[in-house]
Design a protein around this ligand. Structure first.
Ligand code: ZN
Length: 141
């Protein structure tokens, strides 16, 4: 039963990430990305990539979802789901791995989807080993 409900959770998270992906502002790369975070308040926070004519000013979907979570008063990511329009499973950039790490615990799970619904799941330690942090919880493991 527990597994059933976490499957439903993941599906819902993926749906929110997908909805956000469709709203992405990516006129330059045309590469739409959506993200959804399940915070430790059990609410879902979505984000999408937002590009800019001055390219480095663009924002990744993961960073955008983190902003929404922080604005919601939450600082712990239980799960984060990222999806792109690609046939390939999307992979967060190095900067986003560090941003996710800031709000993660050893239990945080990162679900990376392709457009067909295939996914891989990682811990933050797997995505960003020996990471920099003010708080040491991940480094202990
Ligand atoms: Zn990124």
């Amino acid at each position: 039963m527990e597994q059933e409900s976490s499957k439903a959770d993941l599906n819902q998270l993926k749906e929110v990430a997908h909805m956000n992906m469709l709203k992405a502002y990516a006129p330059y790369s045309k590469f739409l990305v959506g993200a959804a975070i399940l915070g430790d308040d059990k609410r879902i926070y979505g984000g999408c990539n937002v590009e800019n004519a001055a390219y480095p000013e663009g924002m990744c979907a993961e960073a955008s979802a983190i902003s929404a979570m922080i604005a919601g008063g939450v600082t712990i990511i239980e799960k984060i789901c990222v999806i792109s329009q690609s046939e390939k499973i999307v992979s967060p950039c190095g900067g986003c791995r560090q941003k996710i790490r800031e709000f993660s615990t050893e239990d945080t799970k990162v679900f990376l989807f392709n457009l067909r619904g295939s996914f891989k799941v990682f811990s933050v330690e797997e995505l960003l080993p020996f990471s920099f942090s003010e708080f040491d919880d991940l480094a202990k493991h």
